[in-house]
Design a protein around this ligand. Structure first.
Ligand code: FES
Ligand SMILES: [Fe+2]
Length: 329
């Protein structure tokens, strides 16, 4: 199964990296250690120490006088700078690079990578646009799921799973599909989801349900293959809930959420934590069903409104040739 080599993947938002705290990320079957130094510089090296293979992400950082830092191996404490060079004990001189840094593209707080592959499609500009207009609320639900990339993407563009996978949270009664606009690697889906009435008892025991409107109006803005933005709006403001995907390996796919808000009312940002928590539950529910699917089951039944999934499959199969929209939809 393809991992869509040549696509850009958002490995993290800077807020996900504590200063001088190594973090492991995986891409295309390789592990890397990512760390942010006090100057805000992001470094990425292969995670296996070239001495005896210890995971550098389990180590720590050593800060230099100029506030840059090196990652320290937890096994024998060799230090590697951002170029992958080290200084051997008893020597005063830096070695040649022992590790090849992972090329990153940093745009503001966004840390992108092509995983060392030649770029086939550009980095979508949408995150920069959102960051310039909205306030950052936070990140949540960083989850690695044992699944191929394709089922993960299909799930995100499946407009019929709300009342199955997500029914415990939102009590969605039906999905009223409105429209799907295909622009090649971009698309927009609009649908409405009436939710069931909650009793006063439920409202009292879980006041969060008060945040769920009678009709959830969903607008999904899709940028194949790395991100889907769920735009949600209520009287108090707008939310951009950004779902990110990273192919960690052929059988392991990571997803997480970045959330931005555009308040119309001061109370809006106070609710940020609640919105984050909803997103976390949504991702947990998706991850849960993805772990319970027999992959490669031939699909004998087709439901209405699988147009989003058709779009994913077409872009997947034609990677990365197709940039022309299918106008017959
Ligand atoms: S394994 Fe890393 S220093 Fe020995
Ligand atoms: Fe979902």
């Amino acid at each position: 199964m393809s991992m869509l080599e040549g696509a850009p993947w958002l490995l993290a938002h800077k807020s996900m990296l504590e200063v001088n705290k190594p973090k492991k990320v995986s891409l295309y079957g390789a592990d890397y250690v990512l760390w942010q130094d006090r100057t805000g510089k992001i470094n990425a090296l292969p995670n296996a120490c070239p001495h005896m293979g210890a995971m550098l992400s389990e180590g720590w950082c050593h800060e230099h006088e100029d506030k840059t830092s090196a990652v320290v191996c937890p096994f024998h404490a060799l230090e590697f700078d951002s170029e992958g060079c080290t200084i051997l004990p008893g020597s005063k001189k830096k070695t040649l690079p022992q590790l090849e840094p992972l090329p990153l593209i940093i745009q503001g707080n966004f840390i992108w990578s092509y995983g060392g592959h030649k770029a086939k499609v550009p980095i979508p500009n949408i995150l920069n646009e959102i960051a310039s207009q909205y306030e950052f609320i936070g990140h949540t639900a960083d989850t690695s799921v044992e699944t191929d990339l394709l089922p993960m993407l299909l799930n995100m563009h499946d407009y019929n799973h709300q009342n199955g996978t997500h029914s415990p949270l939102f009590k969605i009664q039906e999905v009223q599909f409105e429209s799907f606009t295909d622009r090649g690697h971009q698309s927009d889906a609009f649908y409405n989801m009436p939710t069931a009435q909650t009793s006063w008892r439920e409202k009292l025991s879980n006041p969060d349900v008060l945040l769920i409107p009678k009709i959830i109006k969903a607008h999904l803005e899709n940028h194949f293959p790395s991100l889907v933005i769920a735009h949600v709006e209520n009287g108090l403001g707008k939310i951009a809930q950004i779902h990110l995907f990273v192919p960690e390996s052929k059988t392991q796919t990571r997803t997480y959420v970045l959330m931005y808000g555009l308040p119309k009312h001061p109370a809006f940002m106070v609710l940020g934590k609640k919105f984050l928590n909803f997103a976390k539950i949504v991702v947990e529910q998706d991850a849960d069903i993805l772990r319970k699917i027999y992959l490669n089951t031939p699909q004998k039944i087709k439901l209405n409104n699988e147009v989003g999934m058709d779009w994913v499959r077409r872009n997947f199969e034609n990677w990365s040739e197709i940039v022309e929209p299918n106008l017959s939809k």
